[in-house]
Design a protein around this ligand. Sequence first.
Ligand SMILES: [Zn+2]
Length: 292
Amino acid sequence: YVGMADLVTYNVSGSPTASGVRVGDETFRGWPMPGGKSGQFSLFAFAWNMPLNVTPLVYATGPGGDEAHGQMVINFPKREQPKYRVRDLQIDDKFIEKVVNELDPNGSGDMVERFVRINSGMRKANNETLANLKTKTEPKFLWSQPFLQQPNTKVEANFADVRNYIYNGKRIDQQTHLGYDLSSTQHVGVQASNDGRVVWAAPLGIYGNCIVVDHGYGLQTIYGHLSEIDVHEGDMVKRGQVMGKSGMTGMAGGDHIHFSMQLEGVQIDPKEWWDAHWIKDHIARRVELPTA
Ligand SMILES: [Zn+2]
């Protein structure tokens, strides 16, 4: 289902120039099996806006540009079919002023229009910047254990919740929320969800002060709205390592951590990656993870 990732292993005969998995108009790279084993594997995902009837296909391109396809069987845990919620978010002048003054300090004109421009246009540009970080991934697993949910946090918003922005009783915007909002105490230490390398540690529009950690093979975690960033681009981080402090920078009305994940630049639901059983069944049984 949408937001869900999986891993497939396959063999290609001949000498393909490229292979991987196609899901609709998205392409996920294939990689040589780790540990010197023969064959290829690919991590792939259904984007949040992918039609449900799209079937993922393994593809391989030959030296002449010809393309071969293979079918695969996918078993998604049906019990976990999520229900996407539509929520009305009441916003007031105070919130609009906070966001506009922070993210569009030199602009002029109607405050509500500027807010909507930030929430739609800037959000889109920021998501593109995040997606482009897929070029900074390493061709190996930098992690070996399940991903951590920030400890002692309450989930305030789920992956792919649809939000109506209501101002003075009128809907002024609608956006899809591609992550989890995790709240705890104010200025709580933000922990790396898993081992990896920092590929972004800077302000990023609606995400405020933002950190992105690469975990290898196109898989990355994103942490937004921080009040403080204590790592630099290029740093290696360990699972549970504190990288900064939570806050409300960017499009945030209260102190929380916006946490999300992306695979090859496609934002995905982190839920499965937090689940040790899912990691075992879908990843560790199919490819060799490094030992902890
Ligand atoms: Zn959020």
